[in-house]
Design a protein around this ligand. Structure first.
Ligand code: ADP
Ligand code: ADP
Ligand code: MG
Length: 450
């Protein structure tokens, strides 16, 4: 297959910067697609070329397939990288890109449809022999169906939007009445937020760990790059991630990673992806919850422990080359931690705080990596996700990584809007964090008991 020469980055923020860097290292011309609000973004500054795709509101730019396709044609792109969020898991957009004769840096549209629809993904996982959370057999038909199913599996349960993502479209219910009411509300919300009213139901796994496996496929074969522990979440959104999951014993790790590869292979997957699981430390059981058919926010911690470049790897396989790594050559070493720096005020209930970064001095030195979108003088636009960067550390052990994170947080100075940086200093002082005694609702429970 022909080499990719000109790549349009159909995204913004730190992931656009990350993709531009990988493309440039590969000798590919990196072209930033930017909205009216992102004219002075780091992505535009670093890219080889840039093209305006429309208004500040995402619907007019980053979520506008026609605008992105037109831009791709105008700049003569031969490939499109969708990053994460926005149109990255939109099968119609993926198909439109390939129909226009360009390479889509992600799995085939049919794979996105199959694995991006959560209820269908669960059925696919089950038939690949991967354990799933006890729940409804596919979508719920009505409130009575939801109640009957919840009674069968036992309370509490979660109602989940089949097209949901980013921690949204999930509700907990503890009784028949709550399920019936939550079902009606969830349906409406899912239709409004995701354009798809499909709802399914799962048993709520209390005090679970969120553990996910990074995979890469070339259509015929697939490999894994071990796992990440993303149990520190706020409102079901990850805030702090680690690799590897120090809680796992080697046998469980192998089983988990092997099942992820089996599932990836079973759908002829092309590109980078993540298989997400919940792990119950009390029973040692793990359950598939979903697959993300794209690169993820927290991919750098995997890159750090495995010494690989996942963006380069996904571009490589999507342009038609075989897997650049053999499983027996993929090793992990040490421990990595990533914290998501958001322009939000932790002292004010994490209220978004856009504004101008007067000055930023990032931490430096051994084992520190910063994937960010800000620079001194940069004005954070109010239209998008509040994440302004990620601080990533690597060290030989988890304990050393925690110490390095503390040091990196001390060194980082950001003058301007409030950020979540002080929140991580607080977390570092917690015994449960140091002792790795965490679960997906730990942050909420901590807030309640303070
Ligand atoms: P990851 O799965 O990579 O850890 P998130 O779940 O936080 O990351 O999602 C990455 C970004 O994509 C976030 O900005 C999130 O809001 C957004 N996102 C992911 N899936 C969806 C979706 N289905 N609808 C809307 N936004 C989404
Ligand atoms: P999204 O597409 O929004 O990422 P997920 O299905 O991955 O949705 O769930 C997001 C988070 O919600 C999980 O990381 C976990 O913390 C929580 N969650 C999801 N399903 C369950 C479940 N069955 N039991 C307990 N927590 C769950
Ligand atoms: Mg998820």
């Amino acid at each position: 297959m022909a080499r990719i020469e000109r790549l349009l980055v159909a995204n913004r923020g730190e992931i656009a910067v990350r993709v531009i860097r990988a493309a440039q290292e590969m000798g590919i011309v990196a072209i930033a697609a930017y909205s009216d609000a992102d004219e002075s973004s780091l992505a535009v500054l670093l890219a080889d070329e840039a093209i305006n795709i429309g208004g500040a509101h995402a619907k007019k730019s980053y979520l506008n397939p026609e605008a992105l396709l037109a831009a791709a044609r105008t700049v003569n792109a031969d490939a499109v990288h969708p990053g994460y969020g926005f149109l990255s898991e939109n099968a119609d957009f993926a198909r439109a890109v390939t129909d226009a004769g360009m390479v889509w840096i992600g799995p085939a549209a049919a794979t996105i449809s199959r694995m991006g629809h959560k209820a269908e993904a669960i059925a696919t996982a089950r038939s690949a022999g991967v354990p799933v959370v006890p729940g409804s057999d596919g979508l719920l038909t009505d409130a009575d169906d939801a109640v009957a199913c919840a009674r069968r599996i036992g309370y509490p349960v979660l109602l989940k939007a089949a097209a949901g993502g980013g921690g949204r479209g999930i509700r907990i219910a503890g009784s028949d009445d709550e399920v019936a009411q939550a079902f009606a509300e969830a349906r409406q919300e899912a239709e409004a937020a995701f354009g798809d009213a499909g709802i399914y139901l799962e048993k709520f796994i209390a005090r679970a760990r969120h553990i996910e496996v990074q995979v890469l496929g070339d259509g015929t074969d697939a490999v894994h790059f071990f796992e990440r522990d993303c149990s520190l979440q706020r409102r079901r959104q990850k805030v702090w991630e680690e690799a590897p999951a120090a809680i796992l014993d080697e046998a469980t790790r192998t089983a988990l990673c092997t099942s992820a590869v089996a599932l990836t292979r079973s759908v002829g997957y092309v590109g980078a992806g993540t298989i997400e699981y919940l792990y119950d430390p009390d029973t040692g059981e793990y359950y598939f919850i979903e697959m993300n058919t794209r690169i993820q926010v927290e991919h750098p911690i995997t890159e750090e422990i495995c010494g690989v470049d996942l963006i380069r790897a996904m571009i490589t396989v999507c342009q038609g080359d075989p897997l650049p790594y053999r499983q027996d050559r993929i090793h992990r070493r040490g421990h990595a931690i990533e914290v998501r720096i958001n322009a939000e005020d932790p002292a004010a209930g994490f209220r978004p705080s856009p504004g101008t970064i007067d000055n930023v001095d990032w931490a430096q030195g051994p084992g520190v990596r910063v994937d960010s979108l800000v620079y001194s003088g940069y004005r954070i636009p109010p239209f998008y996700d509040s994440m302004i960067g990620k601080l990533i550390v690597w060290a030989e052990t988890r304990e050393q990584a925690l110490a390095r994170l503390a040091r990196a947080l001390r060194e980082t100075e950001l003058v301007g809007p409030a950020t979540t940086l002080p929140f991580f200093e607080e977390l570092l002082a917690e015994d449960d964090v140091r002792n790795n005694e965490l679960h997906t609702t730990w942050i909420e429970q901590r807030t309640e008991t303070r």
